[in-house]
Ligand binder design. Sequence first.
Ligand code: SF4
Length: 429
Amino acid sequence: MIDIELTDVQVLSPFDFRWPEGMESFEGGWSFQARVGGKRHRGRHGIGARPVYGRVRVHAVTWLDGEVQVEGVEADDYPVSQALISRLRRPGRANARMWEDVQSGYEGFDVVDHLREIEAPYSPRCLAVKIREDDIPAWALHAWLRSQLPRKASGAARSAVAPSGVSRAALPPAPSLDARAVARALLAHARSLAGQMKTEGLKFTPDPAANALIQDDPFAFLLAVIADMGIRAERAWALPYLLRQRLSGFSPGVLVSDPDAVYAAVQQEPKLHRFVNTVPAWLVQAAQIVLDEYEGDAANLWAGEPTAFQLRRRMEAFPGIGQKKAAMAVEILSRDLGIPIRELDGSDVAYDVHLRRVFLRTGLADHDDLDHMVAVGRALNPGRPGALDLPAWDIGRRWCRPADPDCPSCPLNAVCPRLIARGAAVKGV
Ligand code: SF4
């Protein structure tokens, strides 16, 4: 992570800025001095609003040394996140569409899919950063990184992280790509995980009591799915159990009747989640949906043997659940919890960082894009695409790490072409 030191941060009064196409008014913002890259810069971050992507949205601009560097636009979840979305660029300043395009220095940022954060007309499918509107150090660093980006492309884009730590000498030459062989090896790893689960039981977390709650209480399962973002899976799946301990009861009605208690329970030290405002808001909203649409019983979400597609759509109607979590939930319910679900050919792989890295490095996917990876899963295992999800996730987490993949020990090493550089920038918990 690049060090940035901010000094002399001042709140700004409303001001206007003249673009070539006209004047824009800003309601306020901050001025600051930033020391980064061995130099000191004058900066300004202005907050206003203007029509963009189908409606009036919060709009921010960050200047460095008097020059506009980056802009941010209100995300769809702005009411709970107060976050803005700002496109990432590659050399030449075109939109960054693949992880390999992402510039060094963005390792600590929340890198997102622009179209998933702003689902609106003209919202591009490209990568972006999601930053709270008042996170001045992050806006200053984002602006400085943009100022370092060449305006003209000069050959290959810079890779975010140089791959390292692969002991190539310990391995035979990498095989050429055989997608079917990789898929077979993934499914074999899935069978080995299933055998392990039979002997050791389900292990969402290291705590047997937290695991039992997930298995026995559908509402706890739903809350864990919502919480599974930005923190390690084990911590997310323990959240319902720890939340129950901190509340006076644990049901949709209890959460809806006292949202402040839910916020306080999540924010109490040790905090139950990294996103201490967004996640409690989503938990309360989810409880309200369960009350309004599922007669207060989350089990009704999957009652009546829905198809995989129907269940995915129902899950996606909850706040905080997108393609990744909905696809994951369908697989866990069917595979691990034995919930009857029809037409599993409508299941999908979850677009998760670990799966993405493995799909890229094994050559199953040639670029990092949700639709592409889902299509790859459907083509390789049409009877149940979601069956490829857990083995790829597990391999990505345990062996195919971003910077130091352990190819010699990896269950895919005999079939993987080891395209290491492809996945190095796909990071996350
Ligand atoms: S760890 Fe190595 S062998 Fe395993 S999937 Fe990643 S690149 Fe392929």
